[in-house]
Design a protein around this ligand. Structure first.
Ligand code: ADP
Ligand code: MG
Length: 232
């Protein structure tokens, strides 16, 4: 664990405020939220539906802007960056896994994992080699030529995880990644995520309702009145 050393957090959310306009009323979802994510640390975000988990992940993942506050990635502020610069950081440093796999249906598992690497400029042969390696690591050797519809729910999520880490991000955000899976499959997918944290020192923040899985992570946080609180 790197806490307490000179090293900077991979992602640091500073005083994040986010409001949504709902007709006449203003909903304050995040209200001074602070969170530091450290390399190699897995953090569970456990909070009720509607409390702002997805909003927090989207802001931390540079998919959305906060109304106030700053998101630091590798110690660098991101709010003043151009969209192109933010996209570049998302491509290289940030991985995202959603509750539904969001794989491209007309492409194979292999091609889905190659895609982000080729967008980043890797040669086809290199992207293919790394995609095979990652899918193999996640126990999907025999599924590389399958399309998403030909995979089980757990397999689809493992391909989505492989795609999210294809460019070796520093941080992985997962928004209820096992929410659609049965308990056994959820456990399998969860193990795949934890295995990646240990093997790559990626930092991981997972929004989940599954207390049993959360208990197996390094740290647990929740959202209360728009702020991040530590759980034990
Ligand atoms: P969670 O992921 O914890 O279920 P969300 O971050 O999705 O929570 O949403 C938090 C609150 O913000 C909810 O009450 C939701 O209705 C509201 N909200 C989210 N996105 C928008 C939006 N684009 N416009 C208006 N309200 C939104
Ligand atoms: Mg959500």
């Amino acid at each position: 664990m790197t806490e307490g050393t000179e090293e900077k957090p991979v992602v640091y959310l500073h005083d994040i405020r986010r409001q949504y306009q709902q007709g006449e009323t203003t909903l304050t979802i995040l209200d001074g939220a602070q969170l530091a994510l450290w390399a190699g640390q897995s953090v569970a975000l456990v909070a009720p539906s509607g409390s702002g988990k997805s909003t927090l992940l989207h802001i931390a993942g540079l998919l959305e802007h906060p109304d106030e506050g700053e998101v630091f990635v590798n110690g660098n502020p991101t709010s003043a960056l151009s969209d192109a610069q933010r996209t570049q950081i998302r491509r290289t440093d940030i991985g995202f896994v959603y509750q539904s796999h969001r794989l491209l249906p007309e492409f194979t598992a292999l091609e889905n994992v190659m895609m982000p690497q080729m967008i980043r400029g890797l040669k086809r042969s290199e992207a293919s080699r790394r995609a095979r390696e990652l899918l193999g690591y996640l126990g999907l050797d025999a599924r590389v030529t399958h399309r998403p519809a030909e995979l089980s729910g757990g397999e689809q999520q493992r391909v989505a995880i492989a795609r999210a880490v294809a460019n070796a991000p520093r941080v992985l955000f997962a928004d209820e990644p096992t929410g659609n899976l049965d308990p056994h499959t959820a456990d399998h997918v969860f193990q795949a995520l934890m295995q990646l944290v240990r093997a790559t020192q990626v930092s991981m923040l997972i929004a989940t309702h599954n207390m049993e899985l959360a208990a197996r992570m390094d740290r647990r946080v929740s959202l209360e009145n728009g702020q991040v609180v530590e759980l034990e």
